[in-house]
Design a protein around this ligand. Structure first.
Ligand code: HEM
Length: 461
């Protein structure tokens, strides 16, 4: 057989092209960290400074010049100075003409200025191409390199070429870039770093509201009722026993609230006969914070488990004394205590359901972490969050039904004609599970699947 011929190209002996030179205005923390990261990524860096000879320590390998000279040496300038100091840039308009200016600034407060910093910069130097970007990064991120949680950077600007040039650099620095459109979006990008857990606000408010309401409810039923009815002071229960009623109640309700919007959305789609109409805003917002609602619910479930574990410790001494006492008397009377297997079945079952439900809950929490969910395909993620989610909801609900057992039937449990907290906690999860079962009926499921594949129902005229 003839050996395959291989074309051997000699290595290019010509000098490698010089790395691109980028200019940075501003020698503060951000400017220095950016320069350092650019140098590490293979760029050359020149700083523009008011006092080139006394501007403090700069990354090794960077040059420093006056603003005007530095601006002339590069086609792209990062403006790492505060908006309040932009005035000097106007005098450099001739040197900055036609250049790409990257505005990385942020403000200390929202709505401090009517116009975005980047738009203001564009107004000062109309002949430059201003791009807003990298402002969601901190100097710390730039020093330590991007990680999963802060890999994304946003860009906006009126010139596509300018955005492309900045995007190329951001990718070289290890970031992923999302083009948000024209410079009119700059204000939104500048507001990003000022937001404080925006998607957590609703779940935390919900958790706080539910916890407060249920705590007041159980205090009235379990402490005040006892005092009024029997004159006994059991207020000490507010420290452990009552929180251990409130936390699991809130957890179960919030877990079911993660699945309720999906069911409402399915019903809306079935009713409209199309998936192409927008959901109402409140439903959109609710769907967007399902992960956070689930994580808060998981936190409450953890508290329930910890409280459940410490309750036996608290009662340990007293119970041990009682048990020893009873055994002592039974021994003296020569009696043996029969094990009530029905009660043993019911207590063991509700413990088992609780433990399995909690295991499912933890798994759901783990798979919602970005580093884990990124390693799963969409199908795997969907399978876990949906199938395992409903199984978890079912197990936790069943845990509480078993815990209630026959207590639902005895009027003495309805103090002042009010149901126990756990009975209330069962309302939403039971509704969600029943509706889910209805949606799984073959005729409904088939229509829903077709709708989600793009089919639309045309109503007869
Ligand atoms: C009640 C154990 C997980 C929801 C209870 C009780 C125990 C218990 C001992 C009775 C508490 C009392 O008498 O006051 C466990 C164990 C779990 C677990 C060992 C897992 C390791 C869960 C989970 C949920 C949940 C994941 C739901 C998200 C509830 C509810 C009650 C309850 C709503 C009724 C609270 C009340 O009003 O008294 N559980 N549980 N449990 N559990 Fe769990």
């Amino acid at each position: 057989m003839k050996p395959e011929s291989v074309l051997l190209c000699p290595l290019d002996t010509a000098a490698a092209p010089e790395p691109e030179l980028l200019c940075i205005f501003g020698t503060g923390d951000f400017g220095r960290s950016l320069g350092q990261h650019l140098l590490q990524s293979g760029y050359r860096v020149v700083y523009g400074s008011r006092r080139p000879h006394s501007c403090g320590p700069l990354p090794q390998g960077a040059q420093v010049m006056s603003h005007a000279t530095a601006a002339q040496s590069s086609s792209l300038v990062f403006i790492c100075v505060h908006r309040e100091n932009y005035g000097f840039l106007e005098t450099l308009a001739p040197q900055l003409k036609g250049k790409v200016l990257v505005d990385v600034s942020n403000n200390l407060k929202k709505n401090l200025y009517s116009e975005a910093n980047a738009e203001y910069l564009q107004r000062l130097i109309p002949e430059a191409h201003v791009v807003k970007g990298l402002n969601t990064l901190s100097a710390w991120t730039l020093q330590n390199g991007p990680s999963d949680a802060n890999r994304q950077v946003y860009l906006c600007g009126n010139s596509a070429e300018a955005k492309q040039a900045v995007g190329k650099i951001a990718v070289q620095l290890g970031f992923t870039v999302l083009d948000r459109g024209s410079l009119s979006v700059a204000k939104e990008l500048e507001d990003f770093p000022l937001q404080l857990f925006p998607e957590w606000r609703l779940p935390l408010r919900l958790a706080f509201g539910l916890t407060t309401c249920f705590f007041i409810y159980v205090v009235i039923r379990d402490v005040i009722y006892k005092y009024v009815d029997q004159g006994k002071d059991v207020s000490f229960r507010m420290m452990v026993s009552l929180p251990n009623k409130v936390f699991p109640t809130v957890s179960l309700i919030m877990l079911s609230l993660c699945y309720l919007p999906g069911i409402i959305a399915a019903i809306v789609q079935l009713y409209r006969g199309t998936k192409y109409k927008r959901f109402p805003n409140w439903l959109d917002r609710w769907m967007l914070c399902r992960k956070q609602i689930g994580l808060v619910a998981l936190g409450f479930a953890f508290l329930h488990v910890i409280y459940t574990l410490i309750i036996p410790i608290r009662f340990y001494t007293e119970c041990l004394r009682n048990v020893l006492c009873q055994c002592h008397f039974k021994f003296k009377e020569n009696k043996t205590a029969d094990l009530d297997t029905t009660i043993a079945w019911y207590t063991d079952s509700y413990y088992a359901m609780g433990i399995l439900g909690f295991a499912g809950f933890v798994l759901l929490g783990i798979t919602s972490l970005p580093s884990v969910s990124n390693a799963l395909s969409w199908r795997e993620f969907n399978f876990i969050q949906s199938k395992l989610g409903y199984i978890t909801l079912f197990l936790c609900t069943f845990h509480v039904y078993l815990y209630g057992w026959d207590k639902f039937l005895f009027p003495s449990y309805y103090k002042w004609c009010t149901p126990s907290a756990y009975m209330l906690s069962l309302v939403v999860p039971s509704i969600v599970l029943v509706l889910k079962l209805l949606l799984l009926l073959p005729c409904v499921d088939r229509t829903l699947t077709r709708l989600r594949q793009g089919w639309e129902r045309t109503d007869p005229q």
